[in-house]
Design a protein around this ligand. Structure first.
Ligand SMILES: C[S@@+](CC[C@H](N)C(=O)[O-])C[C@H]1O[C@@H](n2cnc3c(N)ncnc32)[C@H](O)[C@@H]1O
Length: 276
């Protein structure tokens, strides 16, 4: 697995871009423990942090604009506590969520089991499985109509491995939707922006939740500053996705302080020329 533990610089890359790096067990454990611990407060985001719910709604709209509910299968790669899985399941998609962190996954499973969002819309229940985006994904070729991956690629040393796997599991003509940071705003800037856009009460009432989320985001932003996690410019994102066998349709600016790119791309037929 190639992800970095928070606070650590990336491992030296291997010569071949798609070669699998070797990362020691302690680094994997540290990275895993961080995301597992974050699971305990993560759902403060959909409850109180408006840019999170706005991005979620926009992703659901994009999926609906491209795939008819009831007949499409969606993979959420790096699903965290399953908020996107639940939302897509609710509007009629058969959704599979994968993540590497067991505690993130248990919360996702619990949420889905309690809400049963698929009920009444005639699609298969959402399923979850533990898998890493740096390994071969446990799915057959062309087995999804759409893959979404929201804020998960930025921690991988070799995101092209994940992009290659996304291409393999999406059918030709299917959709890739990625959210990836273009910059990492500080906590103060994020809170000021939230208060300005949604009112001071929107940050004062859930202050305790924001404090806990703020701690985890401080660790994440520290890791960005130290080079363990990475942002991409729009050009870099287009190059990476276009070079992995997708035709990029559009890139929008979303999330807190417009800090993320939301990219939509179509999986091309094998052998098609790159289109960024
Ligand atoms: C910032 S969270 C985003 C979660 C979810 N997509 C959302 O927007 O709510 C990043 C997620 O990526 C997961 N993750 C980190 N490295 C991973 C890897 N190598 N393979 C799969 N998931 C990974 C973490 O466990 C975490 O749940």
């Amino acid at each position: 697995m190639a992800e970095n533990a928070p606070g650590l610089a990336p491992a030296a890359g291997p010569a071949g871009a798609l070669a699998r790096p070797r990362v020691g067990w302690w680094r994997r454990t540290l990275a895993g423990a961080f995301w597992d611990a974050y699971a305990s407060v993560y759902d403060g985001l959909p409850r109180h942090f408006r840019p999170y719910s706005m991005q979620l709604a926009r992703v659901v709209d994009h999926v609906k604009a491209r795939h008819r509910p009831g007949s499409a299968r969606v993979l959420d790669a790096g699903c965290g506590t399953g908020n996107y899985v639940t939302a897509l399941s609710k509007v009629g998609y058969e959704v599979v969520g994968i993540d590497r962190a067991p505690w993130m996954l248990s919360r996702a499973r619990l949420k889905a089991a309690l809400n049963r969002p698929w009920e009444g819309n005639g699609v298969a229940p959402a399923t979850f499985c533990r898998a890493s985006l740096t390994d071969n994904l446990p799915f057959a070729d062309s087995s999804f109509d759409c893959v979404i991956s929201i804020n998960a690629l930025y921690m991988l040393n070799f995101p092209e491995v994940a992009l290659g796997e996304f291409k393999r599991v999406i059918r030709p003509g299917g959709t890739l939707i990625l959210s990836h940071p273009r910059r990492m705003p500080g906590l103060g800037e994020i809170m000021r922006d939230h208060a300005k856009r949604f009112g001071v009460a929107s940050v004062l009432c859930p202050l305790f939740t924001f404090g806990a989320l703020g701690f985890f985001n401080w660790v994440i932003s520290r890791n960005f500053r130290r080079g363990g996690y990475f942002c991409w410019s729009e050009g870099e994102l287009r190059d990476a996705v276009g070079g992995s066998g997708f035709a990029v349709e559009k890139v929008e600016q979303v999330y807190a302080c417009q800090s993320n790119h939301l990219l939509l791309a179509v999986r091309q037929k094998d052998g098609a020329p790159p289109r960024r």
